[in-house]
Design a protein around this ligand. Structure first.
Ligand code: 5GP
Ligand code: MN
Length: 342
């Protein structure tokens, strides 16, 4: 495939070989794919070079079992600044623009390190990285990191394979989302050949919830979900006070945005939550209805066609109001499709 042309791979490999101090980073609020892609590469490089994974913020408990997770350095840590400042090679995984690393944006942008981006979000920031391996058709950055390593001839360990499989499973919702392609299954199949326990990974991610998270899910579904059948849309909003009643921990609302899509004919879903002094917005859709353009245009964000996010510093009610008032306009393609069906 084009992005992994021999020339591009050789050029990246030469820079990797020459590097002495490597930093691997991923986007704010790291998910399974951010962790999977970074830790896979970390587990490969850590015995060969000085290598650190540095994230802008905390890791959800759900992923703390992942090999190498204990070594991750969070930006608040005193050493983090020096480690990033001294890096001569940086991997930017699972994100496309420097703003996605939040407080680390400036240091990443201004760093003189050789930067390599491996990512699956559309429109990678121009001029940020020397080497860009970007493919929006990929289901996960982990899928691309696997292909990158394969093209480089790197021998991955079983630990790296577990990490990459985790990234693919989480970004595809266990192979159910549209983004899952034949190639995704091929990569997953090649990873499965390493022989790790796949059901253990699923167990860690999907059957290890805290009681608080489970009850919070029940609460949002029964009390906070608002459905607009006429627009094929639904949203859930959550205040910090509500989340705290359920002993909220980072990661507890992961996947909540997908829940309304389980309703027949709901094809567009949103989740708004007060968190870290702002409102985090998440959007999901089924089929060919694009949510990244909505996130970009109205909610200061972006993302993939079927999974996007954004943020706002306005009060939660105002954001919700804005979303509701946008519905007649933005859901036109869904409503039109409805008329055609009749
Ligand atoms: P989530 O809803 O899981 O937080 O994010 C879903 C996807 O939306 C992410 O994989 C990322 O591509 C994108 N995304 C989330 N938040 C933001 C944001 O603030 N800005 C941009 N550009 N993309 C975001
Ligand atoms: Mn991803």
């Amino acid at each position: 495939m084009q992005i992994f042309s021999k020339k591009n791979i050789e050029a990246a490999k030469t820079d990797i070989e020459a590097a002495k101090k490597v930093v691997i980073t991923a986007h704010l609020n790291p998910d399974g794919d951010a962790l999977g892609s970074t830790l896979a590469l970390y587990n490969f490089l850590k015995d060969k070079k000085e290598c650190h994974v540095v994230y802008p913020n905390n890791i959800p408990d759900t992923f703390k079992w992942m090999p190498g997770c204990g070594d991750i350095i969070i930006w608040d840590n005193e050493q983090a600044h020096q480690i990033v400042a001294e890096a001569d090679l940086m991997f930017l995984l699972d994100f496309n623009t420097a703003s996605r690393v939040d407080k680390m944006q400036k240091i990443v942008e201004e760093s003189s390190a050789v930067k390599i981006m491996i990512d699956h979000h559309p429109n990678p920031q121009e001029g940020l990285c020397k080497h860009v391996f970007s493919d929006p058709e990929a289901a996960a950055a982990s899928e691309l990191v696997y292909l990158f390593c394969k093209e480089c001839g790197y021998d991955l360990s079983i630990d790296s394979a577990r990490c990459l499989y985790t990234g693919i499973v989480t970004d595809t919702g266990c192979f159910q989302f549209n983004c899952t392609t034949q190639r995704t299954f091929q990569v997953a199949g090649q990873l499965a050949a390493f022989g790790f326990d796949r059901s253990e990974i699923i167990h860690h991610i999907y059957d290890s919830y805290s009681e608080g998270r489970m009850r919070l899910m029940g609460y949002v579904l029964s009390k906070k979900m608002v459905v607009f059948p006429q627009y094929h849309a639904a949203y859930i909003s959550l205040t910090k006070a509500e989340a705290d009643q359920f002993d909220y921990r980072v990661g507890d609302t992961e996947g909540f945005v997908n829940l309304p899509l389980c309703i027949q004919d709901v094809e567009f879903s949103a989740f708004f939550m007060e968190r870290d002094g702002l409102i985090r917005c998440s959007f999901r859709s089924k089929g060919d209805f694009k949510v990244n353009t909505i996130a970009e245009r109205y909610f200061n964000g972006g993302g993939h066609d079927n999974a996007a996010g954004g943020k706002s510093y306005k009060p939660l009610e105002e954001i919700v109001q804005r979303f509701v008032s946008l519905l007649p306009k933005v859901t036109r393609p869904l409503v039109k499709k409805d008329k055609r069906k009749k």
